[in-house]
Design a protein around this ligand. Structure first.
Ligand code: FAD
Length: 312
């Protein structure tokens, strides 16, 4: 029936989906088709990313406005970064998001202006870091505030303890949920979560799951942000580079197996990096047997979605 052999109980599962603002009309059409296609899974919330230093400000705002205003996706969260901008500019963006109907922010510092790997300097007159931004948002209203977390540690931090320290500071300022950087080894997540709980942090820590659309791209990105792509995944996906249908099938299986394993370890919430494409996410949901409780949801035809993924 197109499911993983070892089924999991999906009743408690909640998904959130991450999108990025489109760069042109064609990408915009693609995004809104994806949002519509994935809405059958009744996500707990969806998020729209924000370019560090405001590089996508207008596009992020337009996207969020359309998702809430036209598509009536009320649970749309806006990512917001504070790097490279004075407080007044960041506050003005918050005002604009709130005017669009945003009640949930993903509050981030953002990568240093010189790019990943360069030294972060707080902007003169700006928010110092993500914790400072959380504090300002909390003072502004009763928002949901999600923040980042790094199971394999952020490349800038000396060790995981420093990372957890930063997470604690964000929680102390009012963060209500953490969404993690993607990772592929669930032991890393479990170890991290144990340490987070030992540090007295009680908020939900939602694993970020990245179905691998393009192995080379993911390896490159993982290298930059300190995530490890296990050899086992490379050997499963690498040989399929020229066979798109098999490659997508394998990629969907890898993400579905990762989610199923986390469900068995007691995790219920998952943040999926959609890359603005519906096929892989749909196939993953189908493989784990997740069907939204909505009347509109049909059982997923996973075979069909593999074919669609391979051609789309
Ligand atoms: P912070 O949480 O403030 O810091 C990150 C880590 O750096 C800390 O955990 C800590 O270990 C270390 N660190 C920083 N300061 C100190 C200190 N003083 N002492 C010790 N350690 C320190 N980027 C975007 O541009 N736009 C987005 O929309 C976006 N969305 C994201 C969503 C998620 C779920 C995640 C995980 C990341 C996202 N990012 C995004 C990437 C993020 O902006 C970068 O990883 C950035 O480098 C750090 O931002 P942060 O909010 O995680 O920073």
């Amino acid at each position: 029936n197109g499911r993983l052999p070892n089924a999991v109980d999906c009743r408690g599962i909640r998904f959130s989906f991450e999108y990025f603002p489109p760069k042109n009309d064609e990408m915009e059409a693609q995004l809104f088709q994806t949002v519509t296609a994935l809405s059958v899974f009744a996500p707990a919330f969806v998020t729209v990313t924000y370019g560090a230093g405001g590089s996508t400000k207008a596009r992020s705002l337009t996207t969020v406005k359309r998702m809430i205003g036209e598509m009536a996706i009320g649970n749309t969260a806006a990512h917001l970064t504070c790097v490279g901008a004075p407080k007044a500019d960041v506050d003005a963006v918050v005002d604009e998001f709130v005017a669009c109907g945003v009640r949930h922010f993903v509050a981030l510092r953002g990568d240093p202006q010189g790019g990943i790997g360069s030294v972060y300097e707080p902007f003169p007159g700006g928010y110092e870091n993500a914790a400072d931004l959380v504090k300002a948002l909390r003072a502004r209203g009763d928002f949901e505030i999600s923040v980042s977390a790094y199971p394999e540690k952020h490349p800038e931090s000396s060790d995981v303890a420093a990372d957890i320290d930063m997470l604690k500071r964000k929680v102390d300022k009012g963060a209500t949920r953490a969404l993690t950087q993607f990772f592929f080894d669930n032991d890393d997540f479990e170890r991290y979560l144990e340490r987070v709980r030992r540090a007295g942090i009680g908020i939900p820590v939602v694993p970020g799951i990245l179905p691998i659309n393009n192995l080379a791209q993911v390896q490159k990105f993982a290298g930059l942000c300190g995530a490890r792509v296990p050899e086992s995944l490379i050997s499963r996906l690498g040989p399929l580079n020229d066979r798109p249908e098999e490659r997508f099938r394998e990629a969907a299986h890898i993400a579905a197996e990762q989610i199923a394993d986390l469900v068995r370890r007691g995790v219920n919430d998952f943040h999926l990096y959609t890359m603005n494409r519906p096929q892989l996410v749909t196939a993953v949901c189908g493989l784990i047997g997740y069907e939204a409780e909505r009347a509109s949801a049909q059982p997923v035809d996973t075979e069909r979605s593999f074919r669609a993924a391979a051609t789309g």
